[in-house]
Write a protein that binds this ligand. Structure first.
Ligand code: H79
Length: 420
């Protein structure tokens, strides 16, 4: 599988053969998912011993070199009594997100699910004593959202043999393969046994994992739940779909199944002082840009230690949902469109139709495009319930559509081009 773009490292690309695998069909149609980073790091929320620790919030243990004996006790404070699975799932639904991926274990090693392999988990190690993954699995099944689990397979700063923690443990004494076989694999087995159908496992930061180890995990997932997908960050080009870098959007269309994981502000795990929220137009255009290049947008929320999704995230997701209720036809179930590489517009497509997404509305509303190979029979605004035809003119190799003089939607106006 060739990688067409620097945003997708080869090792995180798609396994040869997976591109035509029908197990991915639901994922291909979904286009938009909710990522949830939730764990002990939401307690310090970016501040350790009175000091703001720079960088992404869930990396605080690493950045501040917090010893396990100081970080681990955070578990005894974790009591997210305001967590309500039904509300999170319903937010995803209202945002138009078709799948949800939550951190079952991030690099800090804390498990957001009950595990028989460590007491460092939310049921056995916190006053909360409930399993949020169980509750989310039930709600997702009820509300029709697919649920996947993020699982950090290589880095584990709590486990003596996991990768990454060189301040508590001597890297030369680590038995990484032992950690994969006697910890990671049994935990992945738990995730795929105790929560009903799991849509996908979102492995992350493959780093030095060997092809044999990645293969062990892939085979295990497919043995336990043959329909469960595996993210490209399993490593060694073995994932079911390719994973672009964090917040990285390829410059051009990519002929792979691929996904961009992204933040709404600048952190994944909650940080009390990160207020750098992307605007709604920016988020809508990122979704459209990604869909126009054939990818999925996995957009993150970082709930607080109390279990609350920050209000700025909620507002933005609801606004995206409002836009999608009108324009979802031009996103869900589409593929990359035939017109690529224009600054002012993007295209997505379905059999018989091309959706022209206009970011920068032209003066006087005259939309000028390269003619499409089979011609356009009719054009109308997707938001127009009457579907009134817009005047069309083909001149040589150019197609011109006369739209309203002023942009109907300054974030993205969708024009439907019905093919002749
Ligand atoms: O889960 C989210 C991130 O925590 C995870 N991937 C997304 C989905 C991730 N793992 N590694 N990285 C992202 C990149 C890490 C970059 C680093 Fe750094 C540069 C680690 C150390 C130097 C930035 C600066 C983070 C900590 C300090």
């Amino acid at each position: 599988m060739t990688v067409q773009d620097g945003a997708i490292p080869e090792a995180r690309s798609q396994r040869p053969g997976a591109r035509s695998d029908p197990r991915l069909n639901w994922w291909r149609e979904a286009r938009f998912g909710m990522f949830i980073h939730w764990g002990l790091y939401a307690i310090p929320a970016g501040i350790w011993k009175g000091e703001q620790i720079p960088g992404i919030g869930e990396w605080i243990m690493y950045r501040a070199r917090i010893p396990v004996r100081e970080y681990e006790p955070l578990a005894r404070q974790f009591n997210p009594v305001q967590f309500h699975a039904a509300e999170w799932v319903s937010l995803a639904k209202r945002a138009g997100q078709k799948y949800m991926v939550i951190t079952s274990k991030h690099h800090d090693g804390f498990c957001l699910f009950r595990s028989a392999y460590t007491e460092y988990n939310i049921v056995d190690g916190t006053p909360y004593s409930r399993d949020p993954l169980k509750e989310l699995a039930e709600e997702c099944a009820k509300q029709g959202v697919r649920l996947g689990f993020y699982y950090s397979q290589t880095q584990d700063w709590h486990h003596p043999d996991g990768d990454g923690n060189d301040w508590d443990y001597d890297p030369d004494k680590k038995d990484f393969h032992g950690y994969i076989e006697s910890y990671v694999m049994p935990q992945v087995r738990e995730l795929l046994t105790n929560y009903g159908p799991v849509a996908l496992i979102w492995f992350d930061t493959p780093k030095g994992i060997t092809p044999e180890e990645s293969r062990l995990l892939l085979d295990l997932v497919h043995e336990l739940q043959p329909d469960c997908l595996v993210s490209g960050r399993l490593g060694n080009t073995l994932g079911d779909y390719a994973s672009a870098g964090d917040n990285k959007i390829p410059d051009a269309m990519v002929d792979l199944d691929w996904e961009t994981p992204a933040t709404i502000n600048d952190t994944w795990g909650f940080k009390s002082y990160d207020h750098n929220w992307k605007s709604v137009p920016d988020l809508i255009r990122k979704l459209v840009d990604i869909a126009s290049k054939g990818g999925n947008y996995l957009l993150n929320v970082g709930p607080t230690a109390e279990g609350v999704i920050p209000q700025p995230s909620v507002e933005r997701l609801l606004a995206m949902g409002d836009w999608l209720r009108v324009n979802g036809e031009a996103i869900y179930g589409t593929v990359a469109g035939p017109i690529q590489g224009m600054g002012w517009c993007r295209t997505t497509a379905k059999p018989g139709a091309v959706y022209l997404h206009v970011f920068d509305w032209p003066q006087r509303g005259e939309l000028r495009l390269p003619a499409l190979p089979h011609g356009v029979g009719r054009a109308y605004l997707l938001a127009d319930l009457r579907k009134a035809s817009l005047p069309l003119r083909t001149a040589g190799s150019e197609l011109s559509i006369q739209g309203p003089a002023i942009a109907p939607d300054d974030r993205d106006t969708v024009v439907v081009l019905e093919l002749a």
